[in-house]
Design a protein around this ligand. Structure first.
Ligand SMILES: [Zn+2]
Length: 259
């Protein structure tokens, strides 16, 4: 038995490994899939940190990859997304949809060039949905790999949400769903201290925008950590299953080709 027979990654997070762990894992054939988390840096109402969509996508991706250790690696997340619709709130960063798509493509292509045949994009920001879905078939064809895009909340059925969330609203925006997630995963990202919603000088794009924002603000107060944990567990299990399916599909395909 040589050294590479048992070589594995040190962490499921790509950027936490020294290059030798990644190289030897590829040489040993233990790495079978990659997750690319996509998020955003944008306003999340008065109480949630602006990293929420990136942090949540990364949290789900990391736990799902750990379930399949050492077969799945998580790439550096895209912490910038398509958030033009929130630019009237100071601090939001946005990419043009085509730039977001190109960066996403290049990350997937980098993994393909290293020999990864299965890439699952796990998204945490609703604004990325359309730009990614519009191009995913083209990306798959050009890359010639098994490539799938999902938002992590695709794991939750409407019935499940209705049963467990008081507001019944998901993913919403910094409302009950996301606030419960943060309470369970990174409570330090929630800061209600000094929040005075009615006194705040809030910029809104329209009356509808203002109404939604206030609704989300109120719904956020319904959040409890236990529900957030429940949704995280469901999403992690669901993403892990998707990865198992993708790996099995590709292996079956390769088995057929070898015959
Ligand atoms: Zn969000």
């Amino acid at each position: 038995m040589n050294n590479t027979d048992k070589a594995t990654i040190k962490s499921v997070l790509l950027w936490k490994n020294q290059r030798r762990y990644i190289r030897e894992a590829f040489e040993a054939g233990t790495l079978k899939a990659a997750i690319v988390p996509t998020g955003s840096t944008e306003q999340h109402n008065e109480h949630l940190a602006m990293e929420h969509d990136t942090a949540s996508a990364l949290h789900i991706s990391k736990l799902a990859a750990e379930k399949l250790f050492p077969e799945v690696i998580v790439t550096t997340p895209l912490a910038l997304g398509v958030a033009e619709h929130w630019m009237h709130h100071k601090g939001t960063l946005t990419l043009r949809p085509e730039v977001f798509g190109e960066v996403l493509y290049d990350v997937c292509d980098s993994m393909r060039r290293h020999g990864i045949k299965n890439v699952l994009i796990i998204n945490g920001h609703a604004g990325n949905n359309r730009p990614a879905r519009e191009r995913i078939d083209d990306f798959r064809e050009r890359l010639g790999i098994n490539l799938i895009f999902h938002s992590y909340w695709d794991a939750c059925s409407p019935g499940f949400i209705k049963e467990h969330l008081k507001s019944g609203n998901y993913p919403g925006h910094a409302s009950e769903f996301e606030t419960a997630f943060a309470m369970a995963a990174f409570p330090e990202n929630i800061d209600w201290e000094g929040v005075d919603y009615d006194a705040a000088n809030l910029p809104f794009a329209s009356q509808a925008d203002s109404d939604y924002d206030r609704t989300y603000h109120e719904e956020a107060k319904l959040a409890i950590a236990a529900k957030g944990q429940l949704m995280i567990d469901v999403a992690v299990g669901w993403v892990a299953d998707k990865l198992r399916q993708m790996i099995a599909e590709t292996e079956k395909q390769e088995g057929k080709q070898a015959k």
